[in-house]
Design a protein. Sequence first.
Length: 131
Amino acid sequence: YQYQNDEFKLLLNFEDGRSDTYLTDLDQNGTQEIVYSFVLDPTGSIGRTLTPWKEVWQWQNGKYGLANNLYPKIYENDISEYQSLMENSQDIHSQSYQPVLKCLKEKAELNNRGKFADGRECGRLLSWNND
C-alpha cells in the first residue's frame, strides 16, 4: 500500500488460495485498519484448510502496527471455527495439525479477551517447521 491523496492505494497484492487483505475502519475513527487473513501452512490443501489466521494492523505513531487485541470481535467466529476444525479433523493426515489448531484457538481467545496474541507463533508447531 501507498498513502496518496488522503487514502491508501494498493500497489501489490500477494495471494494464495487462502489469503486476503482489505482496509476497513473497524473502530469508526476515520482511519482504516488493515485486516490480513492468511494460512500458516500453504504447502497443501490440508494445511491451507487447517491453519488460518487473521491479523489486524492499526495506524499507530505514524506507521501500521499489529493490534489484534484491540479488535476482539474479529476473533469471535474464529474460536468456534478452530474448535470445529479440531473436532472434525481426525483423519491420519490432519492429526499432526491438532497442536497448531489448539494454539491458534488459544491465541484467538486471548485476542478476544483484549490480550495481545500473535498466531504466527503457532507456526513453530508445524511438523515440517521442526526438522
